[in-house]
Design a protein around this ligand. Structure first.
Ligand code: ADP
Length: 616
C-alpha cells in the first residue's frame, strides 16, 4: 500500500482537482443510492400492508432523533398521499421518485468514472515518457549491461501491465472505500445490532484475501522477467536472422523460444489462477454474510423483539432495506479485493520500471558547469587510466595532447583500447584515473551538452534512422534548410546517389539505412557531420568496412570534412592516415610509439610491423 501511495504521489499530483471531483461524485452516488432504496421501505409497506400505524407529522425542529423524524415523516407523507390519491398512485409516485434518484446515482457514477479517464491515461503516458527520457539520458554503458529486449519489454509490457492493473484499479480504489464507509456507516445507523453480526466477518475477509494474494507479486515479477527474456529473444532473432538462416539454426532458435514462452505461460497461469480466486472468494463470503444477517434479522422479526436485551427491534420493510444496502456493499467489497490483487500484480511491473527510472546516471553535469566557448587550444589526456565496471584495466597512464587544427591518428591491434580511448573524450564513459581537459578545463567540469556540441562522430557502422535522407542528414541541426543539406551532401560525395533515388532527399532509407549500400550510408553520416560543422572530429575506422571503390569516395569526403578541423582518427588501413600530424600506436592499453609516419617507419617497431603486414 505504501508503494502504491508513492506512485500516486509521483504521478497523480497534477490531477488533484480531478481526484477530488471523483471522490465527491462517488460520495454523491452512494448517497443517492441510499435515498433511492430508502423509497423501497414505504413501497413495501404499501404493497404488503404490513403497517397499520397512523403516522403523525413530527415538526423538523422537534427534539426527536433525526433518523426517527426522517422515517416517520417519510411514512407520513406517503400515507397522506396514499390516503388522498389511492395506493396505486402512491406506488407510481414513489417509483417515479426512485427513478429520479437512480438516474442521479448512475449519472454520478458515470461522472466519477469519466473524470478518472484523463488521470489514468495521463499517468500511463507520463510513465512511458519518463522511461524514454531516462533511456536517452543514461550513459551508453548502462545498455551494455542491460539487454535491449529487456528494456523494450519494460517500456511496453510492464507499462501495459501497470496500466491494466494499477491504473485500472485506481477508480475502484478511490470509489470502493468511500462506498463501503458510507454504506457501513448508514447500516450502523439503521441497526447497530445487526451490523455487529456483520462486522464479525471483516477479519475473516481480510485474512483470507491476504492469504491468497500473498505470493501474487513475486509470481508476477517472475512472469514479467520471462516476458523480458521473450522480447530479448525476438530482438536477437530479428538482428541475427542472416546468421540463423546461414547456420540452419532455425530449429534451435524455435526450441529456445518454445522453452521461454512455455515457462512464461506456466507462471502467468499461476498468477491468473490466484487472481481469479479474488472474485469467487469474496462473493462466497459476501453471501454467507448476507445469510447470517438474514437469519439474525429473521429471528428478530419472527420473535417480534430484539435478540439482545435493550437492542432495537426493526420492522420487516426496514429489514429488507437493510439487506438491500448490505447487498450494495458486497459489490464494492468484491471490487476492492480484486483491485488490491491487481495492484499487487502491477507492483511487480512497477518495480521493474523503477529499476530503469531510479538508475543512477554516473555521467553527471557538475553543479556549476564552467563555460565552454568553442574550442581554442587543445585537448589533453593527462595520465588517463580506465577500466569498465569491475573489469581489468583497459587504458593505463595515457598521456596525449591533441592541439587545435591537427590530425591525430590512433593505430594498434584489435582490443588495444583505441575505441575506448576516443569514447572518453565526449564523456560516453568517465576516466577512472587521471583527467581529460579541453582548453585547460577538466571535461567533467563543463556541461556535457557544451562538450558534445564541439564534436562530430563518424563510426565504422554509420548509425542512421528509419527516416528520410533529408532528416538523417539534418539530424544534429535544428531547422536545417534544403540548401544546407544539399550543400553538405555535395561535399560528402552523396548528392549524386541521392538524386538517383526516386524521391531524392525524401527517400526513406529503411531500418538503420538498410536500403543503402555501406559506402552510401557512410557518406550520409559524413554529410551529417559536415552539416553539424563541429570543430572536433572523431573518426572511428570510418572506412574499415568498405570496398576500395566506396573507400575512395568516402575518403575523399572525409578529407574535405577534416579540412581545418581537429581530428582524432582511429585507423585500420594505415594508408588513410599517412598524412596525420601525429600517429599514436597503442598496445594493450598503453601508448607504445608516437610520431609521424616516416619517423615511425624508421623506428622499426610496432608501427613498422603493422605497416609491413598491410603491405602483404
Ligand atoms: P579497440 O578499439 O582497440 O579494438 P576497444 O577499446 O574496443 O579496443 O576494447 C578494448 C578492450 O576493452 C577489449 O578487451 C574489450 O573486450 C574491452 N571492452 C570494450 N567495451 C567493453 C565494455 N562495454 N565492457 C567491458 N569491456 C569492454
Amino acid at each position: 500500500m505504501k508503494d502504491f501511495l508513492k506512485i500516486l504521489r509521483q504521478y497523480a499530483s497534477p490531477y488533484k482537482g480531478l481526484m477530488a471531483g471523483s471522490v465527491l461524485l462517488n460520495i454523491l452516488s452512494a448517497v443517492f443510492n441510499i435515498f433511492s432504496f430508502a423509497i423501497l421501505v414505504p413501497i413495501l409497506s404499501i404493497l404488503f400492508k404490513v403497517d397499520d400505524t397512523v403516522y403523525e407529522f413530527i415538526p423538523w425542529d422537534s427534539a426527536v432523533a433525526l433518523k426517527d423524524k426522517l422515517l416517520n415523516n417519510l411514512y407520513f407523507y406517503v400515507s397522506d398521499f396514499a390516503g388522498t390519491h389511492g395506493a396505486i398512485n402512491a406506488l407510481l409516485m414513489l417509483s417515479a421518485v426512485m427513478i429520479v434518484f437512480t438516474a442521479l446515482k448512475t449519472s454520478c457514477y458515470f461522472g466519477s468514472n469519466a473524470v478518472m479517464i484523463p488521470i489514468s491515461t495521463g499517468i500511463v503516458k507520463e510513465i512511458r515518457c519518463r522511461m524514454y527520457n531516462k533511456i536517452l539520458s543514461l550513459p551508453i554503458g548502462f545498455f551494455t549491461e542491460e539487454r535491449k529486449g529487456d528494456i523494450v519489454a519494460r517500456i511496453s509490457g510492464d507499462v501495459s501491465e501497470v496500466e491494466n492493473s494499477i491504473v485500472a484499479s485506481l477508480s475502484m480504489l478511490i470509489k470502493d472505500p468511500i462506498l463501503i464507509v458510507i454504506y457501513f456507516g448508514f447500516l450502523i445507523w439503521i441497526s447497530p445490532e445487526m451490523m455487529a453480526f456483520t462486522i464479525l466477518f471483516a477479519p475473516a475477509f481480510v485474512w483470507l484475501m491476504g492469504l491468497i494474494g500473498k505470493r501474487l507479486k513475486r509470481n508476477s515479477l517472475e512472469a514479467q522477467a520471462l516476458w523480458s527474456d521473450t522480447m530479448s529473444q525476438v530482438d536477437e532473432t530479428l538482428g541475427g536472422l542472416r546468421v540463423i538462416k546461414a547456420f540452419n539454426a532455425e530449429s534451435k532458435m524455435r526450441s529456445r523460444f518454445q522453452d521461454v514462452t512455455d515457462r512464461m505461460r506456466k507462471k502467468v497461469a499461476r498468477v491468473s489462477i490466484r487472481q481469479a480466486t479474488a472474485h469467487p472468494v469474496s462473493e462466497f463470503l459476501g453471501t454467507v454474510m448476507i445469510l447470517v444477517v438474514l437469519c439474525v434479522g429473521g429471528a428478530m422479526i419472527i420473535g417480534g423483539k430484539s435478540l439482545i436485551g435493550g437492542g432495537k427491534f426493526i420492522d420487516a420493510p426496514t429489514f429488507i432495506y437493510f439487506l438491500v444496502i448490505l447487498y450494495s456493499v458486497i459489490e464494492p467489497i468484491k471490487e476492492l479485493s480484486k483491485a488490491t490483487y491487481s495492484v499487487r500484480k502491477g507492483m511487480a511491473s512497477m518495480d521493474r520500471i523503477n529499476r530503469i527510472l531510479d538508475a543512477e546516471n554516473p555521467i553527471k553535469d557538475s553543479a556549476q558547469p564552467l563555460k565552454l566557448d568553442g574550442f581554442k587550444d587543445s585537448i589533453r589526456l593527462e595520465d588517463v587510466s580506465f577500466h569498465y565496471e569491475n573489469g581489468r584495466e583497459i587504458l593505463s597512464h595515457v598521456d596525449l595532447e591533441i592541439p587545435r587544427g591537427k590530425m591525430i591518428a590512433i593505430v594498434g591491434e584489435s582490443g588495444a583500447g583505441k575505441s575506448t580511448l576516443v569514447d572518453l573524450i565526449p564523456r560516453f564513459w568517465d576516466v577512472t584515473g587521471g583527467r581529460i581537459t579541453i582548453d585547460g578545463k577538466d571535461i567533467r567540469d563543463v556541461s556535457v551538452k557544451d562538450l558534445r556540441t564541439l564534436m562530430g562522430n563518424v563510426n565504422q557502422d554509420p548509425i542512421l534512422f528509419n527516416d528520410t535522407i533529408f532528416n538523417n542528414i539534418a539530424f544534429g541541426v535544428e531547422n536545417a534548410t534544403m540548401e544546407q543539406v544539399v550543400a553538405a551532401a555535395k561535399i560528402a560525395n552523396a548528392h549524386d546517389f541521392i538524386m538517383e533515388k526516386e524521391e531524392g532527399y525524401n527517400t526513406n532509407i529503411g531500418d538503420r539505412g538498410s536500403k543503402l549500400s555501406g559506402g552510401q550510408r557512410q557518406r550520409l553520416s559524413i554529410a551529417r557531420a559536415i552539416l553539424k560543422n563541429p570543430p572536433i572530429l572523431i573518426l572511428d575506422e570510418a572506412t574499415a568496412s568498405l570496398d576500395t571503390e566506396s573507400e575512395r569516395l568516402v575518403q575523399d569526403a572525409l578529407d574535405r570534412l577534416m579540412g581545418g578541423r581537429t581530428t582524432i582518427a582511429i585507423a585500420h588501413r594505415l594508408s588513410t592516415i599517412k598524412n596525420a600530424d601525429e600517429i599514436i600506436v597503442m598496445h594493450e592499453g598503453r601508448i607504445v610509439e608516437r610520431g609521424t609516419h616516416e619517423k615511425l617507419i624508421d623506428l622499426g617497431g610496432y608501427y613498422k610491423k603493422l605497416n609491413d603486414m598491410q603491405a602483404l
